[in-house]
Design a protein around this ligand. Structure first.
Ligand code: MN
Length: 458
């Protein structure tokens, strides 16, 4: 029976902070209190440091086939990178292939992940093809612990659903107590703008942002909210990037409707200047929706502060610059869409958010851990440092710093969008169910430690 005694740190949860010891036994938190007297425990001095719940990242794409290639991280490298960055739970998107049964899509993802993960993991299922009987098959997913679906309003002819199909998924998921996650962009309009740009010779990666103006997101968010009302179902927007979308979500919430939204690390901290990079390097920032200007960034930070947006995810969807982003060298439409950040999310949000004076410590915990755990059926086992919860815990030293570079990252990627950033704060210890899995930027866990999380309906 292994016991770990975290001594004298500031224990931070989403609602409060207190200086206390934390005792871990058999993978769970068993006591919290001042100056606990404990025998036969490994003691770790946490004075001057924060003891917080490990990160919960509900938006990742590991080992995922997309755009004639597949994401650069599999479940081994991706969860290793997550661990080093202080994330101890992910919920990844199992992507239904054309003609594939939903259950088979889910089983395929189980095969990719089993015995590979360094941290605990769950799945959403991304529904891309409504074969006869698909809607009836949603119930089986929910029974096996997949209590959230995803649909795309963009990428027509590939994975996009039309409004009627979106309505059906919303209605059935809502009936079952499951959540529908929506990628909200007007795919039809984007495809037309993109084709017009290419026809006029504008084929470079910088045109990606021009092809997806803010209104393509705002329109889709408003339309999806309307459809969710018709379906009488809750709706959750992934990766919101604009002030207009944030306002639409806020207005729906004022009406008392079950509408929620997340944004991502990169929309808060990176701007469209990356599309000015020369020599095709702008392709590194070809992710969807695109990076927006500072007005949108400020609106997103406000949305986090006033509670409109409750979750910050990574949308980790990595493609290497050499050999993958390359596929679109002659046509930006063929550049695999996606950025990375499973390793960077917690450190960037602490460094820019908390140390940068934009959010409190407790808000940091809420946005990166507690709210995602609550919203996706994992709380209080995850997202909480409290008695009986899993000992998924990070220790963060606010006096130290973290330097981000592709040369030292664990993500299987040949670049990093935050290259060269030095941020206040460093995560010194990461525990998953009481096991130390990362220490001062080094991975010390093991493949296969992670368990599948069957999630509850919420
Ligand atoms: Mn995504």
């Amino acid at each position: 029976m292994k016991r770990i005694h975290l001594q004298g740190g500031t224990v931070v949860n989403s609602g409060s902070s207190v200086v206390a010891d934390v005792l871990i036994e058999d993978g769970c938190v068993v006591a919290i209190g001042k100056n606990l007297v404990v025998e036969d425990a490994e003691a770790i001095d946490c004075a001057g440091r924060y003891v917080m719940p490990g990160g919960v990242d509900v938006h990742t794409h590991l080992d995922a086939p997309m755009m004639n290639t597949k994401t650069a991280d599999d479940f081994a490298s991706g969860t290793r990178a997550a661990a080093v960055g202080g994330t101890t739970t992910i919920v990844d998107f199992a992507l239904q292939a054309k003609g594939q049964k939903l259950e088979d899509a889910l089983n395929g993802w189980h095969q990719k992940a089993i015995d590979k993960c360094a941290i605990d993991y769950g799945f959403h299922v991304a529904i891309t093809d409504l074969y006869d009987g698909a809607i009836a098959d949603i119930e089986g997913l929910v029974r096996s612990g997949v209590t959230s679906m995803k649909i795309y309003m963009a990428y027509k002819g590939a994975i996009m659903l039309d409004d009627g199909e979106m309505y059906e998924v919303l209605r059935e998921s809502g009936r079952l107590g499951a959540k529908t996650c929506v990628h909200a962009e007007n795919g039809d309009v984007i495809d037309r703008i993109s084709a017009n740009l290419v026809a006029s010779g504008k084929t470079g990666p910088e045109n990606h942002a021009l092809s997806r103006p803010p209104a393509t997101e705002v329109e889709a968010v408003n339309r999806a909210i309307a459809v969710s009302r018709i379906a009488d179902a809750p709706i959750y927007f992934v990766h919101l990037s604009t002030g207009g979308a944030t306002e639409a979500v806020a207005e729906a919430q004022l009406n008392g409707w079950p509408v929620a939204g997340e944004t991502c690390t990169h929309y808060l901290t990176l701007g469209p200047d990356l599309y000015d990079l020369p020599d095709f390097e702008a392709a590194k920032a070809v992710l969807t929706p695109p990076l927006r200007d500072s007005n949108h960034q400020e609106a997103l930070w406000r949305g986090l502060n006033n509670g409109t947006l409750g979750i910050v995810s990574s949308d980790h969807c990595p493609f290497c610059f050499v050999g993958q982003k390359d596929l679109g060298r002659h046509d930006f439409r063929a550049i695999p869409n996606g950025g990375a950040g499973i390793e960077d999310r917690m450190r960037v949000m602490y460094g820019t958010g908390v140390a940068g004076g934009r959010i409190s410590l407790e808000q940091f915990v809420a946005l990166t851990s507690t709210n995602p755990a609550k919203s996706f059926g994992m709380f209080p086992t995850k997202g909480f440092v409290g008695i009986g919860a899993d000992a998924d815990i990070i220790v963060l030293d606010p006096a130290a710093t973290t330097h981000i570079s592709a040369a030292t990252q664990h993500q299987a990627l040949d670049y990093n969008l935050w290259e060269g950033w030095t941020l206040p704060g460093a995560i010194t210890h990461v525990f998953s169910r009481g096991e130390l899995i990362a220490s001062n930027g080094r991975f010390v866990g093991r493949e296969g430690h992670g368990n599948y999380l069957a999630r509850s309906a919420v």
